[in-house]
Design a protein around this ligand. Structure first.
Ligand code: NAD
Length: 331
C-alpha cells in the first residue's frame, strides 16, 4: 500500500488487520509504504505487516517495491489539492511522475499483472455542469480546473492504457471528499468541508473563509475503505475498457453541512464556526469544484455504496472518532 501513512491508508490498514480477506483468500502479508510519515502498524493482525519509508518519485525504489510481486497494490500516495496548486513542481513530480514510476516498475516485471487500485478524485471534473445532475455521468468531460485534478486525470489515462496493454489490472476510483476527515487540518483545499464539522464537535473554533453556497460531494472514511476493498475484488469483466469511475457520495453545500451539524449537535456546537471574509485562494479552489450530485450510476450498479445523508457522516464521525460522545454535551 503506497501512501499507507495517510488518512485513508491508515483506515484501510486497520480494516485489513481486522478482516484479513481479499479476493476470497487470507492476506499473507501487508507492506505499508509512505515517503513522509512512517505508517503506524495496526494492532491485532494475524499476518505480518511492515512499515517502510520510501518515495515513489525514486524509480529504483519503485522497482524494489514491486520486486516481491504483490497481488494487490493500493496506490494512495499523493500530494493533495492545495499543495499541488501552490507547489506546481512537487504536484507533478509525485502525482504524475511517481505514478508513472510505479506503473513502469510493474511493467518491467514479466508475466505479472497485479490489481492496482488507484485513488483518483471527483476533481478530474471541472464543469461547467449540465443543469440536471443526472446528466453528469461518468462520461461527462474531464476538464479539471486544478493542477491536482489534471495530474489525477492523467493518472487515470495511464491506468487505462497500462491495463489495456496487460501490464496491470487497474481500477480507478474518483473519490468524493472524504468527510469527516479525522486528525488535524491538512493541505487539501477540501479540508474546509471537514474542518467546519470536526473542530466544532471537539469544542474548537474554526474559521469559515469560503462562501456557504459552494457544493461538494462526500463519503465517510468508512465508505472510502469499502470502495477500496470492493475495487480490489471487482471482477475485471465488469469493468470493460473504462477503468475509472465516479464513486457514490452525498451531495451538500457548506450551508447544508452546517444545518446538518445543527440538527445533530445543536446550536452551541455550530457557534464554534466563525465566518470571515473569503480567503481568495481557498475560494478559488472550492469554486473550481462546486460539484453537482454526480449520479455515479456505473459504480452503484457494480455494488459500490455509501451513506445517504450528511447527518449520517457526522454521526459516523462521532461514533468512530469521539467514542460516541460530543465533548461537553450528552447526545
Ligand atoms: N481524502 C479525500 O478527501 C480524498 C478525495 C479524493 C481523492 N483522494 C486521494 O486518495 C488518496 C489518499 O488520500 P488521503 O486523504 O489519505 O491523503 P493523505 O495526504 O492523508 O495521504 C497521502 C499519503 O501519501 C504520502 N506521499 C506523498 N508523496 C509521496 C511519495 N512521493 N511517495 C510515497 N508516499 C507519498 C503522504 O506522505 C501521505 O501520507 C490520495 O491519492 C488522494 O489524492 C482523497
Amino acid at each position: 500500500m503506497l501512501g499507507g501513512g495517510g488518512m485513508i491508508g491508515q483506515k484501510l490498514a486497520q480494516h485489513l488487520a481486522k478482516q484479513p480477506l481479499l479476493g476470497g483468500r487470507g492476506i499473507s502479508h501487508l507492506r505499508l509504504i509512505d515517503a513522509f510519515i512512517e505508517p503506524n502498524i495496526p494492532t491485532g493482525a494475524s499476518f505480518p505487516i511492515v512499515s517502510e519509508i520510501a518515495d515513489i518519485t525514486d524509480s529504483k525504489k519503485c522497482t524494489e517495491l514491486v520486486s516481491d510481486r504483490p497481488e494487490f497494490i493500493f496506490h494512495l500516495a499523493a500530494i493533495v489539492s492545495g499543495e499541488a496548486e501552490s507547489n506546481f513542481e512537487k504536484g507533478y513530480l509525485v502525482n504524475l511522475d511517481g505514478t508513472r514510476n510505479l506503473f513502469e516498475a510493474i511493467r518491467a516485471e514479466k508475466e505479472y499483472c497485479p490489481r492496482v487500485v488507484y485513488t483518483s478524485t471527483a476533481a478530474v471534473y471541472g464543469g461547467p455542469y449540465p443543469e440536471l445532475s443526472e446528466d453528469a455521468g461518468d462520461e461527462f468531460i474531464l476538464q479539471p480546473r486544478t493542477s491536482y485534478g489534471v495530474q489525477k486525470a492523467i493518472g487515470e489515462l495511464l491506468l487505462n492504457d497500462y491495463s489495456r496493454r496487460g501490464f496491470l489490472d487497474g481500477v480507478g476510483l474518483r473519490l468524493p471528499t472524504i468527510c469527516v476527515r479525522p486528525g488535524k487540518p491538512n493541505a487539501a483545499a477540501s479540508g474546509v468541508f471537514s474542518n467546519i464539522i470536526r473542530e466544532p464537535l471537539a469544542g474548537i473554533e474554526t474559521t469559515l473563509s469560503v462562501s456557504k453556497d459552494v457544493s461538494m460531494i462526500f463519503a465517510s472514511p468508512r465508505s472510502a475503505v469499502g470502495f477500496l476493498i470492493h475495487a480490489a475484488q471487482l471482477d475485471k469483466k465488469l469493468l470493460g475498457d473504462r477503468r475509472s469511475m465516479m464513486m457514490p457520495g452525498v451531495h451538500a453545500t457548506i450551508g447544508q453541512e452546517i444545518e446538518a451539524l445543527r440538527r445533530v449537535a445543536g446550536e452551541r456546537i455550530v457557534s464554534f464556526i466563525k465566518e470571515s471574509a473569503p480567503d481568495p485562494f481557498a475560494q478559488k479552489m472550492v469554486d473550481a469544484w462546486n460539484f453537482p450530485a454526480f449520479p455515479a450510476t456505473h459504480a452503484r450498479s457494480l455494488g459500490f455504496t455509501c451513506e445517504s445523508t450528511f447527518d449520517e457522516l457526522i454521526h459516523l464521525h462521532i461514533e468512530s472518532e469521539l467514542d460516541g460522545k460530543i465533548p461537553g454535551q450528552d447526545l
